[in-house]
Design a binder for this molecule. Structure first.
Ligand code: GAR
Length: 200
């Protein structure tokens, strides 16, 4: 059984979908802990499932490196096989990425490498894109630049605002994320090989 730690910053709707999927005894992964960089609304989903949570508030540390070191300490307590960033709105310091790579993945609401960064949905709209998408990647030390594990297009519709478009992207993200976690758990997806292939 693959053990998973999920890191969030906000509502955690993608976390919720993963928790719901993992509640199925046939699903080959279990979420063992949920962490956040702030008092995240999404903790409620973990609590509902009786899953432990931890918080490492960014503002409490002088540097990103110190914050990342504490986050790493907290993750190490649970020894997860995989770390999922699901709406964690902070860049991780290189030390933490290097410690977990390639067993650390991120969901992003755009068809990477298009529209990386904190405002993927807003940026797609501002660019007048006819389509955007959702991606799941291995985290590397760039901004949403790691090897792509899964992605799918989502059309931008007339009248879309950021909220409407994001709400249409999220169900796609959830499906991709659940599928990636399942494939990692069953061995269908080898993260080390995916990472090595991307460096060729
Ligand atoms: C998701 O769309 C996730 O991809 C995005 O934040 C949202 C979190 O939603 N993450 C990023 O944009 C990271 N660059 P949720 O809290 O409802 O799951």
């Amino acid at each position: 059984m693959l053990t998973v730690a999920v890191l969030i910053s906000g509502t955690g709707s993608n976390l919720r979908a993963l928790l719901d999927a993992a509640a199925d005894p046939e699903f080959p992964a279990r979420i063992v802990v949920v962490g956040a960089d702030r008092e995240a609304e999404g903790f409620a989903h973990a609590e509902e499932y009786g899953i432990p949570t931890f918080m490492v508030p960014f503002a409490r540390f002088d540097t990103r490196e110190e914050w990342g070191a504490e986050l790493g300490e907290q993750l190490s307590v649970w020894q997860p096989d995989l770390v999922v960033l699901s709406g964690l709105m902070r860049l991780l310091p290189a030390g933490l990425v290097d410690a977990w790579s390639p067993r650390i993945v991120n969901t992003h609401p755009a068809y990477l490498p298009e529209f990386p960064g904190a405002h993927g949905v807003r940026d797609a709209l501002a660019a007048g894109a006819a389509q955007t998408g959702a991606s799941v990647i291995i985290v590397d030390n760039g901004v949403d630049s790691g090897p792509i594990l899964a992605q799918e297009r989502v059309p931008v519709l007339p009248g879309d605002d950021e909220h409407a478009l994001h709400e249409r992207i999220k169900p796609v993200e959830r499906r991709l994320l659940i599928d990636v976690v399942r494939r990692v758990a069953t061995g269908d997806l080898d993260l080390a090989a995916a990472s090595a292939d991307a460096q060729l």
